[in-house]
Design a protein. Structure first.
Length: 303
């Protein structure tokens, strides 16, 4: 488990994190969003708004209030299409006439495995997806987005969702919901893909980072350690699942109830989706197999 933190920011005001970077925490705290979604304002003249956030008039006003008389919003960058990150982009774009940049719509970047599952079964999923989101400009892995006095490089980091991107800013990285400041990420098929998630962790581990600015929670000041923890956490869950299956075949729901014994009941559904992501990944590794068609309610056994 991650140690508890003291992250308790004021909701609404823009807080300077370092020169050229401010953060506004949205008014949407919940068990899935922690204190709220982090919206970042990058730049000193032409401002990039990274993850404008949920459909919230107070949060929209907070963003507009943070733009000084000698500043303007030049870019709106959306890291992924969950309802706590992307919906406000359209309202903000109408007001400031800035383009919305993202990897794609709700289903962009979905892996071949997940596309096949959607076509062949009722895999479920779709939790909190902004299906109406349409960017003005598509961005791709390795592409540079530049403003007046800033530039970021796009890193496609699917796993939490297929269209998820992180943004390299020098030796800092905006990691959105791939690496968060308070918990591990939800990976819920078919929107999320654990195989992709682990590959994205490996991608980020190739760089020596100074700090991660996540979509929720405080800045991560030891990025390498947090990435190591994320990988270790997932491998530990995988081991838990394989041990549980040694006692006999089981479903994702039964495994979640057995493994996530300290999880509040309100979050057990999310835990079940995480277990399902592991089961699909382990099936792809030929370590387990479903008894019948692969679907959300399938029973799995060890190979």
């Amino acid at each position: 488990m991650l140690p508890p933190d003291d992250f308790d920011p004021a909701i609404g005001p823009a807080e300077t994190l370092e020169p050229g970077l401010r953060r506004i925490v949205a008014d949407n705290p919940s068990p899935m969003t922690y204190r709220g979604t982090n919206t970042y304002l990058l730049g000193t003249r032409g401002i990039a708004v990274i993850d404008p956030g949920p459909a919230s008039h107070p949060h929209l006003q907070a963003i507009l209030d943070a733009i000084g008389p000698d500043q303007h919003i030049s870019h709106i960058i959306v890291t992924h299409t969950h309802l706590d990150h992307s919906p406000l982009a359209q309202d903000l774009a109408r007001i400031c006439a800035a383009p919305i940049l993202a990897f794609g719509g709700a289903f962009a970047g979905r892996s071949d495995v997940m596309q096949q599952l959607v076509a062949a079964s009722d895999i479920g999923g779709g939790e909190g997806i902004d299906v109406k989101f349409i960017p003005d400009q598509l961005v791709r892995h390795g592409e540079t987005i530049a403003g007046d006095d800033w530039e970021v490089q796009v890193i496609h980091t699917p796993g939490h969702i297929g269209n998820h991107i992180s943004l390299r800013w020098g030796d800092a990285c905006f990691t959105a919901d791939h690496v968060m400041g308070w918990a591990s990420s939800l990976v819920s098929p078919p929107d999320g893909d654990l195989t992709d998630f682990m590959a994205s962790c490996a991608e980020l581990q190739q760089t020596r980072w100074r700090v991660f600015y996540p979509g929720h929670g405080a800045p991560v000041t030891d990025p390498a350690a947090r990435l190591d923890w994320l990988v270790s956490h997932r491998l530990s869950r995988e081991a838990d699942i394989l041990r549980a299956l040694e006692h006999g075949p089981a479903t994702a729901a039964a495994l979640a109830a057995e493994i996530y014994t300290e999880t509040p009941p309100a979050l057990l559904g999310a835990a079940t989706r995480n277990v399902l992501a592991h089961l699909i990944d382990l099936t792809g590794k030929n370590q387990i197999t479903p008894l019948g068609p692969l679907c959300a309610t399938a029973t799995f056994r060890r190979v």
